[in-house]
Design a protein around this ligand. Structure first.
Ligand code: SF4
Length: 251
């Protein structure tokens, strides 16, 4: 029988997707929950992981890339770039390859893509026709805000990054973030921001993340123009879909 492999990222969406998958498959299948540890995530992500283990009633297998010390900074330094049109090297090295190395043919992967992310699921399926992936949140019409509310209703404190107004519990200073996001990171986490600036400067303009829309000239994190920091402190919303999905694991 196929193994069910849940990818738990320390985000609310993957927590709810895992909880639903356990309710759906836990009694009939071998279910594994995997997490790829990344040093640059907020330390409170580890507290959230432990809380979720109690919620799931299962241990989470934590994988760690030893080659790069599980550090995005080390990946950037050794790869000599921070992001390209093919994605970020840190995701590939610290998460994707690690999780792939653990998988076996025939595994069914559980992703925490939300109702807003149907395109990502379609893209993934197109690019990986040999892999079987299920997305319990999309199947149930659950969005990001629904998941935040469901985690809180389970009595689990959301990871600190959400509580500060960030839309996910990614690394502090995720290279996929925009300028408004990095302005917020510069204010809230000056040391982490400085570390990113330093590694970027050591690589040079090839590592710059932003480009002036008019001139096309690329610029560094340190040269982000003045503007608004982007945070969202609106409370988690919750609809009927949450209640229906919650019944699956509370019944
Ligand atoms: S969260 Fe962002 S910075 Fe961290 S590994 Fe993923 S892409 Fe890289």
């Amino acid at each position: 029988m196929a193994r069910i492999v849940c990818q738990f990222s320390c985000g609310a969406a993957s927590a709810v997707a895992t909880k639903i998958a356990l309710a759906q498959y836990g009694g009939t299948h071998e279910v594994h929950i995997l997490n790829a540890l990344v040093q640059e995530e907020h330390p409170d992500n580890r507290r959230f992981l432990a809380d979720c283990e109690r919620w799931f009633g299962r241990a989470i297998t934590v994988l760690r890339n030893e080659r790069y010390g599980a550090s995005v900074i080390e990946v950037f330094r050794r790869k000599q770039f921070m992001k390209s049109r093919y994605g970020a090297p840190c995701t590939a090295e610290l998460k994707r390859k690690l999780l792939d190395s653990w998988r076996q043919p025939g595994d069914v992967m559980v992703f925490g893509y939300t109702a807003e992310e149907e395109d990502r699921l379609e893209d993934f399926r197109e690019r990986n026709p040999d892999k079987t992936v299920v997305a319990p949140l999309i199947e149930r019409g659950l969005g990001k805000k629904d998941c935040l509310a469901m985690v809180e209703r389970a009595g689990i404190e959301l990871p600190t990054m959400y509580r500060l107004g960030y839309s996910n519990a990614n690394c502090i200073g995720c290279v996929k973030g925009g300028e408004g996001y990095f302005r917020a990171i510069r204010e809230d986490f000056p040391e982490e921001f400085e570390r990113l600036c330093q590694v970027q400067e050591s690589i040079g303009p090839g590592a710059y993340l932003f480009r002036d829309r008019k001139t096309g000239v690329r610029y560094s994190l340190r040269d982000i123009p003045p503007g608004k920091a982007r945070r969202d402190l609106s409370p988690p919303a919750c609809g009927l879909q949450c209640e229906i999905a919650e019944q699956e694991y509370t019944a």
